[in-house]
Design a protein around this ligand. Structure first.
Ligand code: TIU
Length: 223
């Protein structure tokens, strides 16, 4: 077993069983004119995590470990978008409406593209997900089974929505989950802080948190 310095206590992992999951680092959440902004958010504050997410991706790649990317998006006919999701609130643009980056939150549109700095490498799995959690309505679990991955490091946006939802789904499925603190961000700083606290409270009830540097050191020591 190898070890990552983490909170609330060290995260032990088996090198072949660990994988990185990068949640929704797509233009729709990080750039002006996408889904995130249509909900009234200041999206540019999310960009500051890009270098840390990139370091994690490069570290996992350099160790030959799996990197999985997710994208929140819907089919062009919206058949996988519940009206309860589309009709929620009073956004400037609804899912499927035409915006500056194409139709909002629709697969294949420019807004659904992963940021070029974090683009998936050859052979890396990309999960298109209709929900906030990456297990709901996807074959993520089957991919993880095939890879033999049981321990998951998470990065991406937003901390309290898609990242936390996916971590909770994974935790209930028996995966051990660690969130890279400086490689995740929220539109609401107080929600990010609360999410990190609630993940690791109660003896890591949802999982662990660690710095990107801590994760990278742990992977290096495991070589
Ligand atoms: N709105 C918000 O904070 N997040 C989302 O809608 N999706 C993700 O977190 N990816």
């Amino acid at each position: 077993m190898s070890e990552i310095a983490a909170k609330p206590f060290p995260f032990f992992f088996d090198r072949p069983a660990i994988a990185l999951i990068v949640i929704d680092m797509q233009r729709d959440f990080v750039e002006v004119g996408g889904f995130g902004e249509s909900l009234g958010n200041d999206v540019l504050r999310l960009r500051k995590i890009v270098p840390a997410v990139r370091r994690l991706i490069e570290a996992f790649r350099s160790h030959g470990l799996p990197v999985i990317h997710t994208v929140e998006c819907h089919r062009p006919d919206l058949s996988d978008c519940p009206p309860a999701k589309r009709n929620r609130g009073d956004p400037r643009l609804r899912i499927g409406d035409p915006g500056p980056m194409g139709r909002i939150l629709i697969a294949g549109e420019p807004g659904a593209a992963i940021l070029p700095e974090l683009a998936p490498g050859p052979g890396e799995i990309v999960i298109e997900k209709p929900g906030k959690g990456a297990f709901y309505g996807t074959d993520l679990g089957a991919h993880l089974d095939r890879l033999g991955a049981r321990q998951l490091v998470f990065a991406g946006v937003t901390t309290e929505v898609c990242v936390q939802t996916t971590m909770r789904e994974a935790n209930d499925r028996g995966y051990e989950c660690l969130l890279a603190e400086d490689a995740t961000e929220s539109y609401f700083p107080e929600f990010k802080a609360a999410t990190l606290d609630m993940i690791r409270a109660q003896c890591a009830i949802v999982g662990w948190t660690a710095t990107t540097e801590g994760v990278i050191e742990g992977l290096r020591d495991a070589e």
